[in-house]
Design a protein around this ligand. Sequence first.
Ligand code: G3P
Ligand code: CA
Length: 242
Amino acid sequence: MKTEIIAHRGSKSNRPENTLAAFEEAKRVGSDGIELDVHLSKDQKVVVIHDDKLNRTTNGKGQIKNFTLEELKQLDAGSWFSPKYKGEEIPTLIEVLQLLADYKGILNIEFKTDRNIYPGIEARVFQLVQNYRRDLPVVYSSFNHESLIRLKKINPEADTALLLWERLADPWRYTEQVGATAQHLWEASAFSETTEQLHAHNIKVRAWTVNKPKNMHLAFNMGIDALITDYPEVALDLRRSF
Ligand code: G3P
Ligand code: CA
């Protein structure tokens, strides 16, 4: 079985993360999947950015939830990475779905709901995917498993994955209870007997964030279902010669 290569926040190593430039690059190199993070603006629009705050990856300051989409769109989300990407905007989820109109891979949407500051985000995101790319295979993940449970109530068919740092004592039972089809495990936790145990229960394992070539090889050898990486091009090259 081929380990899929999922581009973390787009092609994060050589483009500003979670921007259209990063997703374009992930597509160009042939990533099997793309991972991104979602938040809500003050006017309830779904925007793609990693942190709750603007400070690290834009020229703005403060919490995303306190700004309207129009205000967020004035910000520069590229210059912090390189002057070459000056003018990259914080994308909306709609813009990303439109960019991926012809994309044949999977999309992994992570709900950044750890602090429960975006009530209703699950339904909004799901509706946008239905409206703009109903045919796109989407895996919804979150460290806040309540988000995944809420999404399954909205649509029991939604494909969900538990995000976890640590291995669970009874990993398959809990995963099945939540209705998830996969665990997205921190790489050190995935490189353990847990992967075999989960596979024995038909639960997929996707490891993050796998950036070292030796760990990419380990993922291939272990039959890990996917690796989420900042270096999709490197992982794709290694897999070709594996
Ligand atoms: O989905 C794996 C990974 O994206 C989770 O961590 O902080 O990069 O969103 P983070
Ligand atoms: Ca993420």
